[in-house]
Design a protein around this ligand. Sequence first.
Ligand code: NDP
Ligand code: 8X3
Length: 257
Amino acid sequence: MTRLEKAIVLITGASSGIGEACARAFADAGANLIITARRNERLEQLSQELRNNHKSDVLAIELDVRDQQAVEEAIPSLPDAWKKIDVLVNNAGLSRGLDKIYEGKIQDWEEMVDTNVKGLLYVSRAVLPGMVERNKGTVINIGSIAGREVYQKGNVYCATKFAVDALTKGMRLDLVDTQVRVCTVDPGLVETEFSQVRFRGDAERAKKVYSDMTPLTGDDVAEAVVFAASRPPHVQCAEILLLPTDQAGPTMVHRRK
Ligand code: NDP
Ligand code: 8X3
């Protein structure tokens, strides 16, 4: 029996990378999962796998976190058995482009701000009142080392992750008189689809980001997320900065060639 046995865990962006790994790790810990993302066919595949390999109940919901109305409708219309969310993992996020700020594409900026900042806010606004009412719950925001230090051409992506850091701290302050806990897990380089999305499918350029070093995997991050969520109720794991051993800062990476 783990502390997460039968807990209801909602993960945004569970169709890939860190979110998908979190779904497996929480299922391993005996939790029931609400997995959300835009690519529904991937969610369905993951649901099948989790139901087959674990004892978890799984609810897959196609949800674009940028769509305020859809988020506002999705949470209250959860089936009764799924309404009492114990853990929210605000993971959905992306980067687009790596450009000097005076050459950046406005559309890329909009997409990052809408997803990483506004999407996190919409989901949190919909889920937190229930946690406050029950005086119980854990919110885990996936920040980044990019939310602690800015790197060249990272400008707007870094700004969105600095915003996640501010929102995490703001949530913790506003919830201090409740038993709701707020945590940020801030990874360094994790090899997922992140760089493919950033470089719009340029697989070669994406691969180079992790070349000649050993990056984190989604599973490494998921382990930290589950650790944070499974502390005893009086323990609030506020921040985890998780770096590859080969990394000491956003651009300080030891490459073996
Ligand atoms: P992936 O690209 O592998 O996964 C991103 C996930 O976010 C996908 O499941 C995607 O699902 C989802 N997503 C993107 N946009 C939306 C949207 N509008 N609505 C709902 N879901 C969305 O990347 P990672 O797993 O690496 O990224 C996960 C988080 O980790 C992000 O917040 C990222 O900023 C952060 N991070 C990543 C690091 C890395 O090096 N990889 C390091 C530090 C932090 P779909 O497209 O199906 O909607
Ligand atoms: C993702 C990590 O350094 O590629 O947040 O921006 S980095």
